[in-house]
Design a protein. Structure first.
Length: 310
């Protein structure tokens, strides 16, 4: 590949690259950019010339990035982010965020509990901004932020990495979810004995051991787990009509109970509380779009946790 000077490159090609990498499809990239698919295909040909690499290979499910494309993605995303930030300096109080998007990494318990409120709060603070929820968890969140797969994250920790900033929003605790038809009339609590006797549904990425098992083992007890799931959103379908019980973060348990008819009761075990934190790449701190979303998270999640702790 011959040496190429930036003066010879149409920088709009970088926007096409970003859209192709995010969408994995020329047709979807075209819709996102508001251009024709043929224009995207022509831009891809130019990109391949510029970088001396196929960049995207056609598969049965669309376009898959090559190793070189994955290496380029964080560099190109960072360059485009800097450009967008520079334009925002022209009018820091701009009220129209159309065309901008901020991706928020979180597990589905946070999405269930706060997603609806966050959508409304972001629209109020940054009209036109698209909020993208992406699934993540404590063990992978730092890498996802570092790789620029997400812009912000909301997890129970995981931000102990250089170049990341974190903010503690509050503490989380647990409630037990079950079908009220399986309770005695007026029953508002479970004894430890009744808790242990019930079939249990475990929410765990591994599927075998959870915080409940550890707490029970410390007291010489164990439980009967009938099923495991990785998603809190499945609980209404797994619990309704049964006598089974699932213990979940209180913020999600309350929301699930509110909209499904299940009941959330105090867990009869003394479970440790845990920090709930928001994290982001430190150098993106001044981006107005990110700032508006962080404000919304503080208003919805921080306040929600404070209210729910009482």
């Amino acid at each position: 590949m011959s040496q190429m000077n930036i003066i010879d490159v149409d920088l709009n090609l970088l926007k096409v690259f970003e859209a192709l990498h995010d969408e994995g499809s020329a047709s979807r990239a075209a819709v996102r950019l508001g251009v024709t698919q043929s224009a995207v295909s022509a831009a891809l040909r130019r990109l391949r010339e510029v970088y001396g690499d196929p960049l995207f290979a056609r598969t049965g499910r669309g376009l898959a990035p090559t190793l070189r494309a994955n290496q380029l993605k964080p560099l190109i995303s960072e360059a485009l982010t800097k450009c967008r930030q520079s334009l925002s300096l022209l009018d820091p109080q701009a009220s129209d965020y159309s065309g901008r998007a901020v991706s928020l990494g979180l597990s589905d318990d946070f999405e269930i509990a706060f997603g609806r409120a966050l959508i409304d709060a972001v629209e109020q603070r940054a009209p036109g901004l698209r909020l993208i929820f992406r699934q993540t968890h404590t063990h992978v969140v730092a890498q996802a932020l570092g790789d620029r797969d997400i812009d912000l994250a909301l997890t129970a920790g995981g931000f102990n990495e250089r170049m990341l900033t974190r903010q503690v929003l509050g503490e989380g605790h647990y409630l037990s979810l079950l079908d009220p038809a399986s309770l005695a009339p007026g029953q508002a609590r479970l004894s430890l004995e009744e808790f242990i006797e019930r079939d249990q549904v475990l929410i765990s990425s591994g599927g075998f051991i959870g915080i409940i098992d550890e707490a029970l083992a410390s007291q010489g007890h164990s439980r009967q787990v009938r099923a495991s799931t990785t998603h809190f959103a499945a609980l209404p379908y797994l619990l309704t009509g049964s006598g089974a019980i699932a213990t979940a973060p209180a913020h999600a348990a309350r929301r699930i109970a509110e909209v499904t008819g299940l009941v959330a009761l105090p867990c009869p075990l003394d479970l440790p509380r845990y920090p709930i934190e928001m994290g982001w790449r430190t150098h993106a701190q001044a981006d107005p779009a990110h700032l508006r979303v962080r404000e919304a998270i503080n208003a919805c999640v921080g306040v929600g946790l404070l209210v729910g702790s009482h």
